[in-house]
Design a protein around this ligand. Structure first.
Ligand SMILES: *Cc1c(COP(=O)(O)O)cnc(C)c1O
Length: 393
């Protein structure tokens, strides 16, 4: 069914364009590595592109293509490229846009491994990078060099919840002919559409909100143009960071409830944020839906909801953070995010522990910072859990 002019929820359920001859209500799992041709001529046509028949699963598979088409439609992009993980998507974008001598500009609090791999692996290809606070447009302008070939944004950024003005950065970048990629994992296309804001490429760790059930690791790239699509698809195929059909099926299934999951989770998140903000043991709370967020107005303009991610600072630093971690009962003490269950983590001792003290400070990750990914549990139970853990801090 053509869902182009349908609403977001209808797209979540019906987009993808797959038709099953037997009438299967959902796109089946084509758990096969290879596809047989009808004849030598048909095989030749599949290879030349005259026929859109399938060849080999690393190149394309009906279950995976259904998911790629769906996410591309949700992001208003040209095409989607599914990858084995979010990090595979990040690296495919790096490899696609950066050649020897190139330079990347990115946010100093991007997802830890997105920065770690850039700073540890890419220098051996003579690729350089500058990490700055992209929420400050002056810093973005000053970081750009003649050899800058990609601006890599994440907004809201992890775990400081800093919000970058995507439209404004794209304007600065495009004046210099530099493409912009946005990691849209924290928002999903339900809350933010970077391509509509001017970005060239958007990527996701679908491990998070898109799948939403903490049972799959998966990634996706969506491009605005056919040229970028072809270039990045060829990288995915040649690097071999393709998705598996079963992974695609699971993700497509989770995706159907994206909007209702996020609606519920962000209702909970606002209530938790308001609760924490008035708590005497809490120094500050960062949540785009709170008026106290320094970029509250930008968030309202750029995002269609405040999301389910928030962070807060405990008075008492590292030991207070650890005490809180050890005393929550309902929230799971775990990294990752965007699932139906509430997760709590402490970046200074966990996800960002590899950063130097100085890098942590620059990225705004204080010792008492606690990050929450709010799930869809009952709000009374969530608040009660925070309350009983905070008493012990
Ligand atoms: C988790 C995450 C990634 C990496 O995704 P994986 O699926 O774990 O490889 C990239 N960016 C952001 C913002 C993430 O949260």
């Amino acid at each position: 069914m053509d869902t182009k002019n349908k609403g977001f929820n209808s797209k979540l359920i019906h987009a993808g364009g797959f038709h099953d001859r037997l009438g299967s209500a959902v796109t089946p799992i084509y758990q096969t590595s290879t596809f047989s041709f009808e004849s030598a001529e048909h095989g030749a046509q599949c290879f030349s592109g005259e026929s859109d028949g399938y060849i080999y699963t690393r190149l394309g598979n009906p279950t995976i293509i259904d998911l790629e088409n769906t996410v591309a439609e949700l992001e208003n992009g040209f095409g989607g490229i599914a990858t084995s993980s979010g990090m595979a998507a990040v690296n495919a974008v790096y490899l696609g846009f950066l050649s020897a001598g190139a330079h990347l500009v990115s946010h100093n609090a991007v997802y830890g491994p997105s920065r770690a791999v850039m700073e540890s692996l890419y220098p051996k290809f003579n690729i350089k990078s500058t990490y700055i606070d992209t929420t400050d447009l002056e810093q973005v302008k000053n970081a750009i060099r003649p050899e800058t070939r990609l601006i890599f944004l994440e907004s809201p950024a992890n775990p400081t919840i800093g919000i970058t003005d995507i439209h404004a950065v794209c304007k600065i970048a495009h004046e210099k002919g530099i493409p912009v990629c946005v990691d849209n994992t924290f928002c999903s296309p339900y809350l933010q559409k970077p391509l509509d804001l001017g970005a060239d490429v958007v990527l996701h760790s679908m491990t998070k909100f898109i799948n939403g059930h903490a049972d799959i690791v998966a990634g996706m790239i969506v491009t605005k143009t056919k040229e970028h699509y072809k270039m990045l698809r060829s990288i995915m195929i040649n690097v071999g960071c393709n998705m598996d059909p079963h992974q695609a099926f699971m993700t497509r299934r989770g995706l159907k409830t994206l909007a209702i999951r996020i609606d519920r989770a962000q209702q909970n998140a606002l209530k938790v944020a308001e609760y924490l903000e008035q708590h005497p043991k809490v120094e500050w709370v960062k949540y785009p839906g709170l008026k106290s967020h320094p970029q509250y107005e930008l968030a309202k303009k750029q995002m269609s909801g405040s999301g389910a991610m928030l962070s807060f600072g405990l008075k008492g630093g590292l030991s207070a953070g650890k005490t809180m971690m050890n005393n929550v009962k309902l929230a799971l003490l775990a990294v990752s995010l965007g699932g139906i269950e509430t997760l709590i983590q402490h970046p200074a001792s966990m996800t960002h522990s590899k950063l130097t003290k100085e890098a942590k400070e620059k990225a705004g990750i204080s010792d008492g910072l606690v990050r929450l990914s709010i799930g869809i549990e009952d709000i009374e139970d969530l608040i009660e859990d925070m309350e009983q853990a905070l008493v012990k801090v």
